[in-house]
Design a protein around this ligand. Sequence first.
Ligand SMILES: [Fe+2]
Length: 331
Amino acid sequence: MHILTLVLALGALLASGGAGAQGAEVVVYSARHYGQEAAFDAFTRKTGIAVKIFTGNTGELFERLKAEAERTPADVLLTVDAGNLWNAARAGLLSRVDSPALEANVPAHLRDPEHRWFGLTVRARTMVYNTRKVQPAELSTYEALGDPRWKGRLCLRTSSYIYNQSLLATMIKRHGEARTESIVRGWVANQPSLINGDTKILESIAAGQCDVGLVNHYYLARVVAKNPGFPAAIFWANQHATGTHVNVSGAGVTAHARHRAEAIKFLEFLSSPEAQQLFADLSFEFPANPQATVNPLVASWGRFRQDDINVASAGEFQAAAIRLADRVGYK
Ligand SMILES: [Fe+2]
């Protein structure tokens, strides 16, 4: 082949941007553990762009991206919790993406104001209660869990895990540090059982070791899907106040992506109603795109109002949340 022809052919391949392009691919570092393959396969079927996945926990992938720097094969970082996405953006691992499709598909409070990451699924961190021991009318707000009536009856996740750090960080953004501190002091005064795992919290509630806990909603959905008689139910916190705390799993295009156009196309697809259905449904999360349908089991728990504070606050106030937990003796 003449050298010019080769250059033209290569140019045509690149210009095709992926649709049906031979050998086009997007490389994903993913810290999500469930329910992503179906949506990835649908993307490949639709665009001809192959998806290569490397999985690991967030810390590992973060370190790997940092160490690989501009040599990284990764085009997309996909992970859970806005606090993690915020940390990745701050470390310079993600790049800004200006995409009208992503901005239309993902509500503003579920994505980075600087466009470096986008929420794809939504998880509510809210109360779960033992249905034999608690009436829903006894529950209201996160703050009210500091009422003495809950003394010795709460299960909380340890403060070292990012889910509760993000909850506290968002509360700091919402209420200020002083009021958040008094809320968390109330919880601590009730001598909660501190448990390292959302599923373990649910097991403790079912076993009667505690009556109320704070967990991500999809953990309850997974348990109930297998065991409809599980003696615990969800309560949407703060419905008459600020709305239930939500967080996201989401993704961004890496700073040194080699397949940037494909990566953007991939994120746009994942935020479309079609992919959101697959992506959120299989993990019992809520789709970020309000046009997608919620999984029927989760939908049966009723509609609720989300706290619409930008989830980026989970990152902005993460350090303050950790200091606050330390100060009040929340281990
Ligand atoms: Fe989780």
